[in-house]
Write a new protein. Structure first.
Length: 354
């Protein structure tokens, strides 16, 4: 049943870069969001710039207030989930994610008791359940992950029925539709008889994600990341996927995750010289040395993919020298361990002699 974690893992790509829509809490039809100058907007912008630590610090200050607004709580929850998604071994935020999600659910459900057609309240409930779904999945609580995914889909769908301009709801619902339609076959078969297993629609879902990604909106920018990821990994359209990610590299040159995603696509395409150029470009932009180690291990991973490019270009002496620098940094994220070990083995560097 571990494959069920793919539901929330795939959907959480949107959380890597996107806080949920944030509006003043009223029942007027939304015009634009998040509101310029709001704390939630600032959290969103910091995530796009790659400043996850700054987004978390800002969110913590805001939610410490006596009565923080729901919009800020949702933005902060997604920043927490963004940090978790980088390395799911990181358990320090689990309790905070659960507590923040509960606060949001209490608030949005109270709003729906007053007005069952409150589109934003439905969306806030849906966003909270997306984060819970991911946390439950990576902790092995698969039944709870399925249940919260289903709730998230129901909430986002209703939000869009009430207010089709909610870009965040459109993006999240599109991702949920797409990835629940791409579950392992045995899970889909169970979904025919078990009501709590969600059913998706990849065609409709991808259309919604594309529509959001191509909009000239802060959420459109963020949606390009999961859209590019889908095109590259699911639809096997590497050029189109890379185009979406390179838009983000150009617009937000300080975000290491955008570079990593672009490099991932380039490696699939055999563009090793371009990988080296892109890594060097990030180092110049961020003004960091070749042996830099950051607190989340992003810059060493950029260096790792440069090592892999050097290896494929036959420059093994340079590759070994740079890999030794990479290996001096703290533990890598879980998902990168196999790549590091494979690269080290291909260059004849063991844990002992590295």
């Amino acid at each position: 049943m571990k494959e069920l974690a793919s539901i929330a893992w795939s959907v959480v790509l949107v959380l890597l870069l996107n806080a949920s829509p944030t509006l003043a809490e009223n029942n007027e039809a939304p015009v634009d969001f998040p509101e310029a100058g709001s704390v939630a907007y600032d959290i969103q912008f910091r995530l796009l710039r790659g400043d996850t630590s700054g987004a978390l610090a800002l969110g913590r200050r805001a939610v410490a207030e006596a009565v923080p607004d729901l919009a800020t709580l949702v933005a902060y929850l997604n920043a927490l989930t963004t940090r978790l998604s980088w390395d799911d071994r990181y358990t320090a935020l689990d309790d905070e994610i659960m507590e923040t999600a509960d606060r949001i659910l209490m608030g949005c459900e109270a709003r729906l008791l007053r007005d069952e057609d409150d589109a934003l309240a439905h969306h806030f409930c849906g966003s909270s359940n997306v984060s819970l779904s991911y946390l439950h999945a990576v902790r092995g609580r698969y039944l709870r992950a399925i249940t919260t995914t289903t709730r998230a889909m129901t909430s986002h769908k209703r939000a869009l029925e009430l207010e089709p301009t909610l870009q965040g709801a459109k993006m999240n619902y599109g991702l949920l539709l797409y990835f629940t339609d791409n579950l392992p076959p045995f899970v889909r078969a169970l979904g025919q008889v078990l009501w709590f297993i969600p059913r998706g629609n990849a065609v409709e879902g991808l259309a919604l994600v594309k529509e959001t990604a191509l909009s000239d909106h802060i959420f459109g920018h963020g949606a390009r990341y999961p859209y590019g990821d889908i095109l590259t990994d699911q639809e096997n359209d590497h050029e189109a996927g890379l185009e979406q990610i390179m838009f983000l590299v150009e617009r937000y040159p300080s975000n290491a995750r955008f570079y990593l995603r672009a490099i991932w696509a380039m490696e699939k395409m055999g563009r090793h010289d371009d990988i080296m150029t892109l890594v060097d470009r990030f180092r110049r932009s961020a003004n960091i040395p070749i042996n830099h180690c950051d607190d989340q291990g992003m810059t060493p991973l950029l260096a790792l993919w440069r090592v892999r490019a050097l290896t494929r270009l036959g420059r093994t002496r340079e590759a070994r020298a740079e890999l030794r620098l990479v290996l001096r940094c703290p533990d890598e994220p879980t998902w990168a361990a196999a790549t590091i070990n494979q690269t080290r083995a291909s260059l004849g560097l063991t844990a002992v002699n590295s």
